[in-house]
Ligand binder design. Structure first.
Ligand code: URA
Length: 237
């Protein structure tokens, strides 16, 4: 079947569709020995041979969808420039070339989805798809009604207001407050910056859900395959 080159690369788990487009424009992809820099190019996996980085890109991997409970102290990349542990180190037994869907900071723990389904990665990380992400956050001090309202209206970070978010008080811990925070975007260090902005910095941050997919009691550092129902749900978003 003929598909666009960027979709072919994404389906093969090389990169998200957006990143695949960049790789093509950068001249890093060849088809039948010819470097291709046109985004409209179509390829047929039965007749064309696609190469990226000197390696043949095959498209016959099974699709896998993984939920990982990321611990603190791991970076969410496939390879770290400073050789720190990456989330990939925790996926022993997975041979497919999965990539993380979005990012959790080095010092954030919790639910991370990884897949080799480039289409789903593209969809879930595209700024126009507002998927709710829920966090448990231990914050310094006790957020008052004003802080809660600021989250509701959106908080100005990096010169731009966030989409409306939710800050709920869960438990008073004295010096700290345990809170549940829900955001719909995936901006860089978004929760931490929003909390800094309302003067209640984050002491601990853990993602507990993406949409209706919940981390549940999956132990830290462990992973499981998503159920068919969960995959179907993610594709429907
Ligand atoms: N917001 C943050 O600040 N950090 C994360 O890891 C995720 C969301």
């Amino acid at each position: 079947m003929e598909v666009r080159l960027q979709k072919y690369l994404a389906d093969a788990g090389v990169a998200s569709r957006r990143r695949a487009e960049e790789l093509i424009l950068e001249g890093k992809v060849s088809v039948n020995g010819v470097v291709i820099t046109e985004l409209g190019t179509k390829v047929d996996d039965k007749v064309d041979s696609v190469f990226y980085n000197g390696k043949r890109v095959m498209n016959n991997e099974r699709m896998v969808y993984i939920m990982l409970h990321k611990p603190e102290g791991f970076v969410t990349t496939v390879k770290d420039q400073f050789d720190r542990p990456t989330v990939m180190d925790l996926l022993k037994g997975i041979s497919e070339r999965v990539v993380p869907v979005g990012r959790l900071d080095y010092d954030t723990s919790g639910l991370l989805i990884l897949t080799n389904d480039g289409d789903l990665t593209y969809k879930l990380t595209h700024p126009k798809h507002l998927v709710e992400k829920t966090y448990m956050a231990k914050l310094f001090g006790r957020p008052d009604q004003n802080a809660l309202n600021q989250f509701k209206w959106g908080v100005n970070i990096d010169g731009r207001r966030t989409e409306p978010a939710r800050l709920e008080i869960v438990e008073d811990l004295g010096k700290y407050t345990m809170c549940k925070i829900t955001i719909t975007e995936g901006r860089n260090r978004q929760v931490r910056k929003m909390c800094d902005e309302v003067k209640h910095p984050v002491a601990m941050l853990k993602r507990i859900a993406t949409g209706k997919i919940e981390l549940g009691d999956l132990p830290k550092g462990k992973y499981r395959l998503l159920t068919d129902k969960e995959v179907k749900y993610l594709k429907s978003l």
